[in-house]
Design a protein around this ligand. Structure first.
Ligand code: DC
Length: 229
């Protein structure tokens, strides 16, 4: 008999958290939740309503409208993971653009946004059997998670991965712009007042700068097996 646990994966941007989280969820038949996608969906909404742009940031307008934002995940059989929906519309592709990436860390500093999303995340994980990735999962969302992982890799490696991902998708992107965005997001995410990105005391650190997916997966599965048996 195995028991269902909560797996919290935190770390810097583009450390491959979601790739490993998706693999784990598939292997364990757990729910996978990408919380970055939720912050990205709120950012997209704020952009669509003209509350935020590169030149202006109307925090108050966004906070006043926050109850009109509904985020959900719908499993896509073909892709094998759940796509994010904003007010009933599939926005999986739109939320990954560099324009959203440039604004999301700032939106994620707003406590009212965090409060709403953290409550929704806790609700999704109330029955355990979940793999959730983000920045504050092991520290704030599920401080009692049975397994906490903290992923790191050099900024250069991470920017190269992100660059390739966007190129493969057909986006026209500039490597320097991506490297700058990765570094700027790390800075904002780690220094914000409300739930900054820090490693939970009981997390296991994984530097995957030079580690392939297979090796990472095997090492993590052995940690999982220790917890579920
Ligand atoms: O994982 P990602 O790069 O898609 O996340 C986008 C941004 O959302 C990230 O720069 C910080 C924010 N975020 C957060 O503050 N807390 C989370 N749990 C997940 C993401």
């Amino acid at each position: 008999m195995t028991k269902k646990i909560t797996i919290a994966i935190d770390g810097f941007s583009s450390t491959g958290k979601s790739t490993i989280a998706k693999e784990l969820a598939k292997e364990l038949e757990y729910i996978y939740v990408d919380t970055g996608a939720m912050y990205r969906a709120v950012t997209l909404y704020a952009m669509q309503q003209n509350y935020v742009s590169i030149n202006h940031f109307n925090t108050e307008a966004l906070i006043n409208d926050i109850n009109n934002i509904s985020i959900s995940f719908v499993f896509n059989e073909t892709l094998g993971f759940a796509e994010v929906y904003l007010n009933g519309k599939n926005v999986e592709k739109e939320i990954r653009t560099i324009d959203v990436s440039k604004l999301v860390s700032k939106v994620a500093t707003i406590s009212e946004v965090r409060k709403k999303l953290v409550l929704e995340q806790q609700d999704m994980g109330k029955n355990k059997g979940i793999v959730m990735d983000g920045r504050d999962i092991g520290t704030v969302v599920f401080p009692d998670a049975e397994l906490k992982l903290f992923m790191t890799a050099s900024a250069d490696k991470r920017a190269k991965r992100r660059y390739k991902e966007l190129l493969d998708r057909g986006d026209s992107v500039n490597y320097e712009e991506i490297l700058q965005n990765v570094q700027e997001r790390d800075r904002i995410d780690s220094t914000r007042k409300d739930s900054p990105l820090i490693m939970a005391k009981d997390a296991v650190e994984f530097d995957n700068s030079d580690m392939g997916l297979k090796e990472q997966f095997e090492r993590i599965m052995s940690l999982v097996n220790d917890k579920i048996h």
